[in-house]
Design a protein around this ligand. Sequence first.
Ligand SMILES: Cc1ncc(COP(=O)(O)O)c(C=O)c1O
Length: 379
Amino acid sequence: MVDLGGLHARLRPELDRAMDEVLATSGFIRGQQVEAFEKELCATLKLSGQAVGCGNGTDALALALRALDVGPGDEVIVPDFSFISTAEVVMEVGATPVFADIHPETFQLDPISAEAARSSRTKAVMVVHLFGQCAPMDELLPWAEEHGLHLVEDNAQSLGAQWCGERHQGDAGMMGIVGTTSFFPSKNLGALGDGGAVLTKDDQLAERVRRLANHGAVKKYHHLELGVNSRLDGLQAAFLRVKLKHWSDLIARRRSAADGYDRLIEAQLNIQPMPMALPMRDPKSSHTFHQYCLRLPTGTDRKRLQAQLLEAGIPTAVYYPTPLSAQPAFGSEAKVVEHGTPHAHDAAERILALPMHTELTDAMQTRVVDKLFGLLRST
Ligand SMILES: Cc1ncc(COP(=O)(O)O)c(C=O)c1O
């Protein structure tokens, strides 16, 4: 699904130099590399605010909620179709996740369902910018503001995407009160281990996050509140600085791969139409293609299809096979919007992600699409 080996082989001399620099200075925890990375991240992506490095994208979400004082007694609206972290952290801070449905084609949080999930206890909404493009911020931002809700952007998958709507324009992760991201190795900006960041325009909030992530301390051995140990380490920051230098190229490669898939799949559908949906591109959002997800025709035996593709050496993946509300981990602690989340359930049944990374070639993509359609036609 990803070719980190290929990417890192290309960048190897620069990554080696970064490692040497860190070894020479022993700046392993926070320090110079982290400070420089936080600044360069905002400058390179033209993010108008601060980035605070931390241990991973899940911690970034929990830190954001804690910095906003979301806790026991509060409800937080969460899309029912996301990685578990988005909802897990709501429980971690003692609040209750309330699952809302998604748009059937973009897979983003549906503002109408979000409104139906709102109650007098709602304190925040987790807006996930899924798969590389933005959730509908023209609707979600004014709605959250009208009801006094903290809008937290889970931007683990869409760093660098921009919203360009009629009512709002901005960078994914920097439009609400606070956003987060993940530097998990397979992410568009991936470290060589775990890493994450909290993004915000609010300097006071940034300082609170910094403190919470460092045992509640601003000064060594002087703890103003209970925090956690969640720090981006110097080595990861140094590697991330290398990748940042290649940021435009990394995203251009993903976009070109997505265009390639679109062309190849449309050509196949012209030969023989079938009810298969390409990833919907919201005209109001740019797309950084963290994932390229198709919706298979209803009734396709997805497991069998995946096994047959794998036999031919073609990996695929399902993001996500189960809506969050159906995860046993939440038990009876979480709530679901009154009319349920049918679109999240449909997406979980039909979605299929094709290999998407910076090292894909035209030949690889042609092989993936030819084999996929060969199998779909033979069943
Ligand atoms: C939408 C979303 N949120 C949060 C996370 C958590 O990030 P991390 O794995 O760095 O904790 C991920 C990572 O997969 C994600 O995709």
